[in-house]
Design a protein around this ligand. Structure first.
Ligand code: 13P
Ligand code: SF4
Length: 323
């Protein structure tokens, strides 16, 4: 059967985990599909994925895959980026509601009015935004290449940076470039408690604090290393340190523990002690929904062609500039 053939009716989801996993793998093969997953997915989704990565690595993988179908176990802007790069492929996302607070806080019409106030600015958007916002941007960046890319923009250019104010402030600090910043944030990375972090640092003075740049500046100030999810994973694997306090979504701990079974990884709780450091959008995807989407070949990610073509340019530029 080929990827585009008639949709199957949804068969019952097996109760046993091993049967569920076998059904997904069989159907994946039948559809000639690839499963891409972000590090914030549940462990069992990471286990079944063909490729796990940060936003930049996932974009690169989406750009190079020969599969007919991309099942994107991540959030909507990531699946949308895969579709922008692969208009002819079917891109599925197990739960269509897997959004992102950063993308939600930057609606395309308001962004357009914002840009009108700053004519002649070079517009850099963090990949965590909608296709419509990408289509209004000159360059896309991710947390792994934002500093490098901003540093490459000619000094005389004035720059708009959207939609994450925390990443923007950190990039500003690292590059010395003044940025005009859109006021958005990640609801997950802004929940970490500084008080809890300081208590953990006192308890484990040898631990290295490693943080995602979406965290608030007061948390980043206490960090020994700041980077994208993959960069945090690499730092924890490639350095000699044995204990780490992690300031990002705890999904990343799964790969950290697999790659470093003898090392210790400590989560930081949210401000009121809650476990709201888990991304509520990422965690909407489940194995059951993954099977259903491969059966029904939906939900699919679709983008208007005019928007896609405009959004493709700044993504292509990012991929070229970050080589
Ligand atoms: P990374 O690109 O670092 O994986 O970040 C994606 C993201 O959504 C972080 O919240
Ligand atoms: Fe968006 Fe934050 Fe979730 Fe990342 S962790 S997908 S930035 S809401």
């Amino acid at each position: 059967m080929t990827a585009g053939s008639a949709q199957k009716t949804v068969s019952p989801v097996p109760h046993k985990r091993e049967d569920l996993i076998k059904s997904i793998l069989d159907l994946k093969k039948e559809r000639n599909a690839i499963i891409l997953a972000h590090f914030y997915q549940d462990d069992e989704i990471q286990e079944i994925a063909d490729f796990i990565g940060d936003s930049l690595e996932l974009s690169r993988k989406a750009a190079s895959t020969t599969a007919d179908v991309i099942v994107f176990c991540g959030v909507h802007f990531m699946a949308e980026t895969a579709k922008i790069l692969n208009p002819k492929k079917i891109v599925l996302i197990p739960d269509h509601d897997a959004g992102c607070s950063l993308a939600d806080e930057c609606p395309a019409d308001k962004f357009k009015s914002f840009l009108n106030k700053y004519p002649n600015h070079f517009v850099v958007s963090y990949i965590n935004c909608t296709a419509e916002v990408k289509a209004q941007s000159d360059l896309i960046c991710t947390s792994s290449n934002a500093v490098k890319l901003i540093a490459k923009i000619p000094k005389e250019k004035e720059i708009i940076f959207a939609p994450d104010r925390n990443l923007a402030r950190w990039v500003q600090e690292q590059t010395g470039r003044k940025l005009t910043i859109w006021d958005g944030s990640c609801i997950v990375h802004e929940t970490f408690s500084e008080e809890a972090l300081l208590k953990l640092k006192l308890k484990y003075p040898d631990a290295k604090v490693i943080a995602h740049p979406e965290c608030l500046p007061n948390l980043l100030d206490h960090s020994d290393f700041i980077g994208s999810t993959s960069q945090l994973l690499n730092f924890s694997s490639q350095t000699e340190f044995e204990r780490f306090i992690i300031l990002t979504e705890p999904g990343i701990l799964h790969q950290m523990k697999i790659r470093n079974p003898a090392k210790e990884f400590i989560e930081v709780p949210g401000i009121d002690g809650c476990s709201c450091n888990a991304c509520p959008y990422m965690r909407l995807n489940t194995l059951e929904k993954l099977l259903r989407c491969l059966h029904s070949m939906s939900p699919r990610v679709e983008i208007k062609e005019a928007t896609r073509l405009k959004a493709l340019e700044p993504i292509k530029l990012m991929l070229e500039m970050s080589d």
